[in-house]
Design a protein around this ligand. Structure first.
Ligand code: GLU
Length: 284
């Protein structure tokens, strides 16, 4: 398959240029929910991704999409019978994912979507296909070195993310947590000094830290504050699709495409990813 490269410059331009973007489900709900055919034909498949995460899910200024999640989604769609030009990517922000699947806006979601018990009550997951860890992005001269240092500090994360929940539950319940709908807003806050730290998965933070305009200004704290097992979300009860996606993910690892996608997408940010997880193997 053809993999798409993330250019650091393009990523930079895009994150800065991000404005209000449409939520999933712009028009009909049929393409997302009915596309179970393995022949593809003239159908389209709607797939949920992130638009503002360089290295994972990014909408480029020219309207194309790039990142590890995009490559995983493209590979999986192919195995379901859809060529790349039959994929319609839809933005699924962290807090929208369960609803987007329940409404049938998208057939599946590959959007740094951690598998957990709460979410598994509402959606089904294939995977996992990547293991990441919660970490902090801070200014280069910050003295924040551990999770508890965040108590009393201004911290930014995203509504509906496991990262925000983990902070409230255990990491730093006394942090002044600001929740935004996307990560770009948090980055702006970190740059202006409005917040002291941004927390989410290290995979995502590495992509931001590597952006041209932030080089030397921000650093990752290097803390493994949680295990984030990325799964592919599908509508609750759609076990046929879960099975097909699991087979696709296994094939992606065994034919080397997973490793290629890792190198292409995480290489530029020098993100040291964990090895490919086994399907069904959730690290708690
Ligand atoms: N992986 C975490 C989650 O699913 C954080 C990243 C995100 O917001 O997508 O919530």
């Amino acid at each position: 398959m053809k993999l798409r490269k993330v250019s650091a410059a393009a990523a930079t331009a895009l994150v800065l240029a991000l404005t209000a973007t449409a939520c999933g489900g712009d028009d009909s709900t049929d393409s997302g929910s009915d596309s179970t055919s393995t022949s593809g034909g003239g159908d389209k498949i709607k797939v949920g991704i992130k638009y503002d995460q360089p290295g994972l899910g990014l909408k480029e200024p020219d309207g194309s999409f790039a990142g590890f999640d995009v490559d995983v989604a493209t590979y999986v769609a192919k195995e379901l019978g859809y060529e790349p030009d039959q994929i319609e990517f839809v933005e699924t922000k962290s807090a929208d994912r369960e609803n987007a699947l329940a409404r049938g806006d998208v057939k599946f979601i590959a959007a740094t979507y951690s598998i957990n018990d709460e979410r598994a009550k509402k959606v089904d997951f294939a995977g996992p296909y990547l293991l990441a860890h919660q970490d902090l992005l801070v200014k280069a001269d910050s003295d924040i070195t551990k999770g508890t240092d965040l108590n009393g500090k201004k911290l930014c994360s995203v509504t509906g993310s496991t990262s925000a929940q983990n902070v409230k539950d255990s990491i730093a319940p006394d942090a002044q947590l600001r929740e935004n709908s996307g990560y770009s807003e948090c980055l702006a806050g970190l740059q202006s000094g409005a917040v002291d730290a941004l927390t989410t998965d290290d995979s995502i933070l590495a992509g931001y830290a590597a952006q041209e305009q932030y080089k030397g200004k921000f650093k990752l704290a290097g803390l493994k504050l949680s295990n984030e097992n990325y799964g592919i979300g599908v509508k609750k009860g759609d076990t046929a699709t879960v099975d097909k996606i699991n087979a696709a993910l296994e094939k992606m690892v065994s034919d080397g495409s997973w490793e290629t996608a890792v190198k292409e997408n995480f290489g530029p940010a020098d993100y040291k990813n964990e090895q490919a997880p086994k399907i069904g193997d959730i690290v708690k």
